[in-house]
Design a protein around this ligand. Structure first.
Ligand SMILES: NC(=O)c1ccc[n+]([C@@H]2O[C@H](COP(=O)([O-])OP(=O)(O)OC[C@H]3O[C@@H](n4cnc5c(N)ncnc54)[C@H](O)[C@@H]3O)[C@@H](O)[C@H]2O)c1
Ligand SMILES: O=S(=O)(O)c1ccc(CO)cc1
Length: 478
């Protein structure tokens, strides 16, 4: 039976009032249509915003204790229905089942727990000065616009702090990840949130997303997606002076110094670049290797890259699945072609599908060596399993190349010298820096410099997005 996804507005499952083109849900592993997403129009966006607006007066006045209890209930529902979520993500965007279960779905409880923990020590009320009492109030109605690549990471890193601070929300997920968003709506309903606190509708970015960004009754927009769409959202939001938080694209550098444990560093770098089939905005897609070990690093990367197994998402283990959609498949093919034309040395992979895959958006994991930082494949976000390797001679040059990008989301440094690691990390213009493979915890801030965005999500940093600071000045001497 075909799946049909409709909207959750004001506590009800409803069809659009202004139906747009129906979006087919295509399983990226076999290109079969498995369902449809009903796409809305401007009036559907208005209905969702109106419901969130009506709910705001009551919900914003609930106590923090009540909101923590509700969020804890949402966590419990999520954990009980966890397997459904992992399966939904794997089906809609092709994440291999173990990745979907261990990492993708795990972001849901991960972000809820981090928000709850942050609230324990967050100063929602404090003195700001001799006369001032500082109170943190919910900003209002929030539009959450999210992509498809780590759908639950992006939805829950926004939704958990929004609900905890007393905001009401309208979620517009990507139509390419409709199933996980639908489950989130079911979980919120089951957790017992009042009607209108959470609303969800599907629609095109330029129509529904844009309408939410423009809407005078929306107080803030939290957007994750491409830099081009983020710019459109900011422009649309400017007329109403609402807060806009942007989490955008990346082209992250992975600096490999000659003193590192080369074999494990290169293996990890290849694995991270290809994880989620290269569809992570913080993927280390530019590997910068110090000259004395460059040829050795290339040989290791080719060896490990060739071992990467492309497989159907149902296959257990450390494999990579298809790209999420045809558009992404075509984009990645184009970039691989551009890499070849630009004279980069093709180590593994290349254009076309891997052997044995005729259906599905599977691509060949591809590594280019001798890439220079002015090549298109080094400058633009490819969002597929395509790794660019470059050589550098000095620490200074490595830092310059790493920072020579319009993006600044993440960076990676590998060296056995801890002093150098810290020195270099502090000069990289990126929101997160990983030293020797150490990953990010949910309590720490995630976000980008430059055209990778202007926000910091996760943990206590995420709470700030949804808060207005109010200063109440009064005579404290009495
Ligand atoms: N920095 C981060 O935290 C982060 C995380 C994940 C993904 N991303 C980025 O997301 C991109 C991949 O996701 P995508 O293809 O879904 O991105 P996208 O920009 O096409 O779409 C993201 C969301 O924005 C909506 N949208 C598109 N155009 C819009 C417009 N003009 N107005 C309002 N909404 C609009 C889409 O419908 C979707 O819901 C990559 O560039 C990736 O780097 C960034
Ligand atoms: O860079 S993102 O694609 O947004 C991303 C995905 C997953 C995680 C969690 O490890 C962090 C960032």
């Amino acid at each position: 039976m075909l799946i049909s996804c409709n909207f959750y507005i004001d506590g009800q499952w409803i069809d659009p009032v202004e139906p747009g083109p129906v979006h087919a849900i295509v399983n990226p592993a076999d290109e079969k249509i498995i369902g449809t997403v009903l796409m809305g129009g401007k009036n559907d966006a208005h209905a969702a915003v109106d419901a969130a607006r009506r709910a705001f007066d009551g919900y914003s006045q609930t106590s923090l204790a009540e909101r923590r209890a509700l969020l804890a209930r949402l966590q419990a529902v999520f954990e009980r229905r966890y397997t459904e979520m992992a399966q939904a993500i794997s089906t809609e965007m092709g994440a291999p089942c173990d990745l979907a279960y261990d990492s993708q779905a795990e972001c849901g409880p991960g972000h809820i727990k981090a928000a709850l923990a942050a609230a324990e020590s967050f100063a929602f009320e404090s003195r700001s000065g001799p006369n001032g009492d500082l109170v943190c109030e919910p900003i209002g109605v929030c539009a959450l616009i999210t992509p498809w690549n780590w759908p639950i990471n992006q939805i829950m890193s926004k939704l958990a702090p929004a609900l905890l601070t007393g905001c009401t929300v309208v979620l517009k997920p990507s139509e390419f990840a409709p199933l996980s968003a639908r489950l989130v709506a079911e979980f919120v309903h089951e957790a017992g949130y009042p009607s209108g606190v959470f609303n969800m509708l599907y629609g095109d970015g330029p129509v529904v997303g844009n309408e939410l960004a423009e809407h005078p009754l929306v107080d803030m927009v939290s957007f994750t997606g491409s830099t081009a769409a983020g710019i459109s959202v900011a422009k649309a939001a400017a007329g109403t002076v609402k807060r806009v938080v942007q989490e955008l694209g990346g082209k992250s550098a992975n600096i490999v110094f000659a003193d590192t444990d080369l074999a494990s560093t290169i293996r990890r770098g290849v694995r991270q670049a290809f994880n989620n089939t290269g569809q992570s905005c913080n993927a280390p897609t530019r590997m910068l290797v110090e000259r004395p070990v460059y040829e050795q690093a290339i040989a290791l990367a080719a060896e490990y890259g060739a071992q990467v197994q492309v497989a159907h998402p149902s296959q257990r283990g450390d494999v990579i699945g298809p790209l999420a959609m045809k558009r992404q498949f075509d984009t990645v093919q184009r970039y691989i072609g551009l890499g070849i034309q630009s004279g980069a040395r093709l180590l593994i992979g290349g254009e076309g599908k891997p052997e044995g895959f005729s259906a599905g958006y599977f691509v060949r994991p591809t590594i280019f060596a001798d890439v220079t930082n002015d090549m298109v494949i080094a400058r633009e976000e490819i969002f597929g399993p395509v790794l660019c390797m470059m050589v550098f001679d000095t620490e200074e040059v490595a830092i310059r190349i790493a920072n020579d990008s319009p993006f600044g989301l993440a960076a990676y440094v590998n060296t056995s010298d801890p002093v150098r690691a810290q020195r270099v990390a502090r000069r990289l213009r990126a929101g997160t820096v990983s030293v020797n493979g150490v990953g990010q915890d949910y309590a720490s801030p995630f976000g980008g410099f430059k055209q990778s965005g202007n926000g910091r999500e996760w943990g206590r940093f995420g709470l700030h997005d949804y808060i207005e600071f109010k200063c109440i000045n009064s005579d404290h001497s009495q």
